[in-house]
Write a new protein. Structure first.
Length: 73
């Protein structure tokens, strides 16, 4: 497990993984990001069909920059 970070950049790497490995990587990114941390993806990558899509909100959709959603009680 990574320590909590505020920014994870994964630019055009996930496209080389199968769906199962993409979901695993995105889960690790989510777990490693601190409260309201940022995730940057490459121009060919998307969270749309990921099991973790609901864990992130688009901040700058055109640039594939997302923010970790707040945990709701």
């Amino acid at each position: 497990m990574f320590s909590q970070t505020q920014l994870v950049l994964c630019r055009n790497v996930l496209i080389y993984f199968n769906k199962k490995l993409q979901d695993r990587a995105l889960g690790l990114f989510h777990d490693s990001l601190g409260h309201r941390g940022f995730l940057g993806l490459g121009s060919k990558e998307s969270l749309e069909f990921s099991a973790h899509a609901g864990h992130f909100e688009p901040l700058v959709r055109s640039e594939r920059i997302f923010r970790k959603r707040s945990v709701r009680s």
